[in-house]
Design a protein around this ligand. Structure first.
Ligand code: SAM
Length: 177
């Protein structure tokens, strides 16, 4: 089941770190790619692509001009999950979401989320009904969706690879071909 993340309303001056962290969390926790709306940010895209070329896998990053059109088009291809503290708790919705094998777009907000998003989503999901962050909400959602299998995921074509250590750091770099 492929999962893509849509980040709404990126503002480079305010959100650069959070949106970068959101995309890196999406990649590390098993999503196939991310789209974002708001202001186009080439340096965000370059950062994510650099992580992909160093650490492997095929995670895509793409700018989308119009969130409404993106979500509507997505609904012809798969299902839409919107993460919001106001939604139905994850523990009550995750089984139905997991049981639906179509591709999914996971929408996360930034500043104010337009009310229409709640109506377009197939599921409005709360990861607790407390305010926190799009990064934590997405990480917990993906972890529950994949039931922990994402922790074992291999990233093909990596140039760098961590060799886990009890203490200290060890990174192996593949030789250029
Ligand atoms: N009041 C906003 C809301 O609608 O959830 C909080 C904005 S928060 C800084 C940015 C994004 O983080 C939200 O749009 C939502 O996608 C995500 N988020 C924050 N807390 C969440 C929660 N408890 N459950 C699910 N998503 C959450």
């Amino acid at each position: 089941m492929s999962i893509y993340v849509l980040r709404l309303g990126h503002r480079p001056a305010r959100d650069k770190r959070v949106t970068t962290h959101l995309m890196l969390a999406a990649r590390a926790f098993g999503a196939s790619g991310a789209l974002y709306t708001g202001t186009r940010d080439q340096s965000l895209e370059e950062t994510v692509r650099k992580v992909r070329s160093d650490w492997g896998g095929s995670f895509s990053v793409e700018y989308a001009e119009d969130w409404r059109r993106t979500i509507r088009e997505w609904k012809r291809r798969g299902k839409v999950v919107h993460l919001t503290m106001y939604g139905i708790p994850l523990q009550r919705t995750i089984q139905a979401i997991r049981g639906n094998l179509s591709e999914k777009l996971v929408v996360v907000g930034g500043a104010k989320v337009p009310g229409e998003v709640y109506g377009l989503a197939d599921w409005n999901v709360a990861v607790t009904s407390q305010p926190h962050s799009e990064v934590s909400a997405l990480a917990v959602f993906l972890h529950e969706l994949f039931e922990g299998r994402e922790l074992e995921r291999a990233f093909d074509g990596a140039r760098l690879r961590v060799i886990p250590q009890e203490r200290g750091k060890r990174v192996e770099a593949s030789k250029p071909v």
